[in-house]
Design a protein around this ligand. Sequence first.
Ligand code: ADP
Ligand code: GLC
Length: 491
Amino acid sequence: MAKALRIIFAASEVEGFSKSGGLADVARALPLHLKSLGHDVRIVTPFYRLIPEKHKTSTVVPSMGVPMGNEEIWCAVRHKDLEGTVAGKTVSVPVYFIEHEHHFFRHGYYDDGLHAYPDNASRFGFFSKAVLQTCRALDWIPDIFHSNDWHTALVPFYLKQAQLENADFLKSRSVLTIHNAGYQGGAPGIFRHSLGIPLENFVLEMFEDHGHINLLKGGINFADQVNTVSPGYAAEMKTPLGSHGLYDTYLRKGENFSGILNGCDYDEWNPETDPHLPANFSSGDLTGKKQCKQELQRLFGFAESSSVPLIGMVSRLTMQKGFDYLMPAMLRIMGLNAQVIVLGSGELWIANAFDQLQQKFPKKLGWYNGYNNDLAHLIEAGSDMFLMPSLYEPCGLNQMYSLRYGTLPIVRNVGGLKDTVMQYDESSGRGSGFIFDDPTSEAVSNTVGWAVKTFSERPQHFQQMVEIAMEQRFTWKTAAEKYVALYRKNL
Ligand code: ADP
Ligand code: GLC
């Protein structure tokens, strides 16, 4: 049997401890599945302000110096196991938390609610260096440093630097997974000194981007292997339109840039066992789904009718998710014979627009401004359709949850959405969702109209699609095996 690997998984958020989006879900599920495949995987993440209130951690390294530029920053390392279930078996993965009051005891992870923290590059640069220092302090040398997004994009760079300085990590290799190439971690060039980026690395092919530092770009250049979270998005990232300005950087990686579709955590998102729901259900018996719909309608003060389709949405409120063209389409959508429930938090202009719409359509639009995991599960379960009209979508987890709950996704033909949802074919009645191409208000409202019409006028087709959707599986086991192959390719 091939040797078990040692993997250090660095992420700025981990579901159960900290979460703003799908990165957290992946940072929990992928390590648990790698562990269940027999590998020694450990997670490193920041010790944010909210974590100590909810979790009992213990200090494993009371004092650790992290050299940054010309100074040394002192922090501590805490530990707690992450527990989870993989195929019914309990699995646990050690999590190491980097404790540094100034950097991480703040109200937000990345911003104060309105503005990104101006020292984010220093905060996460320090965190990335601390990942290497933690391995040294624990005397545990990984085969693979697996980092995620711009926050930990400096890990591959610091690894290459360390390999020039001493023999500690000579055999280690780095993998950088991009969950969202739209966020690149920009910082003024002056940060070069505190991040320890020498002048010869502050060039166009490496960190330099229009006179600024671009952490993601630098990380891509220094990583042994780069991947993103779906093959569809990987293909888009090699084009000028879909790369957020970095297509030549991705093209330059050649074979060392690929796409691996995320899995869906079917232990957490399973309508047959989901503890967040008033009733459970399966594809064989959808009675519980009807009860979930009723519960949603009751919660939002809607008419409790099973014949009116209910459209759900759970989303970060940001341009990425298609709000620029969805909001102008909302009046037309509210004119359809449908109820709409939106759960989201994020940009103020979008939240304000939903406030106003709700006042106008109190019996048809349910709007919850905030973050609420119970409600997210109920919306996935109780809706008939799930709206996700993203401008771009590296993978998307919500549409996978929707499919599992028999809630047909209405999505745009991009990234991971096009890799996971099958277009409705009116002649055969097959498919698992409703897909549109153009990022326009007209395309999104027409497609919502098409879905509503199908629900009302072709119930047999709709029912058949629900069955097809509920059978789809995107397992983390498959994804984790692909990651292991990617690791081994580099060792
Ligand atoms: P992204 O990571 O781009 O936000 P994904 O679809 O990959 O999109 O993952 C989003 C994750 O965050 C899902 O687990 C979703 O349920 C959750 N989520 C997003 N917004 C909220 C919210 N307001 N309340 C509860 N969960 C949310
Ligand atoms: C990002 C992407 C989302 C993806 C998630 C997990 O937040 O926006 O599409 O599913 O990361 O990889």
